[in-house]
Design a protein around this ligand. Structure first.
Ligand SMILES: CC(C)(COP(=O)(O)OP(=O)(O)OC[C@H]1O[C@@H](n2cnc3c(N)ncnc32)[C@H](O)[C@@H]1OP(=O)(O)O)[C@@H](O)C(=O)NCCC(=O)NCCS
Length: 243
C-alpha cells in the first residue's frame, strides 16, 4: 500500500483515497457545519451525542471540499442524488465517490474509472470474532478465519469486514445484500474478490487493503480494473480550505 501523502484536494484522474482527520476544534466544527446543506444540518442535529454531530459535520464538510475541488465547484453547491440502494452519488459528473467514517478518521474514495466503495473501522478487541463471522460471512471466509488464532484472527476479521463492506458500498446495495453472496480473501494474502453471486454485477474487481493510521484498518473496492491507487491525506488545517 502506498504511503499517505499530505496534499490539497484538486482535480485528479484515476482512482484515489483521501484520509481525513476528524478531531477538530469547536471553531473548525462551526465552519464545517456552515459548509453543509440544510438537509445535512438537519441530519446532524438529529444525532444525540456531540461526538456524533462532530463526526458528521467534519466528514461531510471534508467530502464536500474534496468533491468541490475535484469538480471545480463551490463545495456548498454540490448536489447529491440517492441511488435506489441509498448510495449517495453525483448526477452526470463522471466521478464515483464514497465516504466512510469511524472514530476520528474518515476516508473518501474517488474514481474516474469505476464505481468505488470504501470502509474504515477502528480496531478493537473482539474475542467473539469467529461467532460474528459465522453469523454473517460466507462459509469459505469463516473457515479461513477459523484457521487463525488470537490477535491474528481479530486483525483478519477487521480486514475481511472492511473488504466486504467496501464491496457492498461499491455495489450501493446497503444492508439488502446478504454478505454470504460473495467472498473476499483474508490477509496476509493480497485482497481479492473470490466469488460474487449477484445477478448483473460487474465481474472484474480491484480491492485494496488500507492502513489509515494506528488502530484503524480499511479497504477500497472498485468494480472494474483500475490504475494504481493514490493515497492522499488532507492537510492538518483542512477546514481553512472551506469557503
Ligand atoms: C450504510 C452502509 C452502506 C455502511 O455503513 P457503515 O459501515 O456503518 O458506515 P460508513 O461510515 O462506512 O459509511 C457511511 C457512509 O456511506 C454512504 N452510504 C450510505 N448508504 C450507502 C449505500 N447504500 N452504498 C454505499 N454508500 C452508502 C454515506 O455517505 C454514509 O455516510 P453518512 O451515514 O454519514 O451519510 C451499510 O452498508 C451498512 O450499514 N452496512 C453494515 C453491514 C454489515 O453488517 N457489515 C458487517 C461487516 S461486512
Amino acid at each position: 500500500m502506498s504511503p499517505w501523502t499530505a496534499a490539497e484536494p484538486g482535480r485528479h484522474a484515476g482512482t484515489g483515497v483521501w484520509r481525513i482527520d476528524l478531531a477538530r476544534a469547536e471553531a473548525d466544527l462551526a465552519r464545517c457545519a456552515e459548509a453543509l446543506s440544510p438537509d445535512e444540518r438537519a441530519r446532524m442535529a438529529r444525532y444525540l451525542r456531540p461526538e456524533d454531530r462532530a463526526r458528521f459535520a467534519a466528514s461531510h464538510a471534508a467530502l464536500r471540499l474534496i468533491l468541490g475541488r475535484a469538480l471545480g465547484r463551490d463545495p456548498r453547491a454540490i448536489a447529491f442524488v440517492l441511488a435506489p440502494g441509498g448510495r449517495p452519488e453525483l448526477a452526470g459528473a463522471g466521478l464515483s465517490f464514497n465516504l466512510s467514517h469511524s472514530g476520528q478518521r474518515a476516508l473518501v474514495a474517488l474514481s474516474t474509472e469505476a464505481p468505488v466503495g470504501v470502509d474504515v473501522e477502528t480496531l478493537r478487541p473482539l474475542p467473539d470474532a469467529l461467532r460474528i463471522a459465522r453469523g454473517h460471512f460466507a462459509p469459505d471466509e469463516t473457515a479461513s478465519l477459523a484457521r487463525l488464532d488470537g490477535p491474528a484472527r481479530e486483525a483478519a476479521f477487521f480486514a475481511l469486514w472492511t473488504r466486504k463492506e467496501a464491496v457492498v458500498k461499491a455495489l450501493g446495495a446497503g444492508l439488502a445484500l446478504p454478505l454470504t453472496r460473495f467472498s473476499v480473501s483474508l490477509p496476509p494474502g493480497p485482497p481479492r474478490l473470490l466469488r460474487l453471486d449477484v445477478p448483473g454485477a460487474p465481474s472484474t474487481w480491484t480491492l485494496h487493503h488500507l492502513e489509515p493510521g494506528p488502530g484503524t484498518v480499511g479497504a477500497l473496492a472498485a468494480a472494474a480494473p483500475v490504475s494504481d491507487l493514490t493515497c492522499r491525506a488532507l492537510p492538518p488545517d483542512w477546514p481553512d480550505l472551506l469557503p
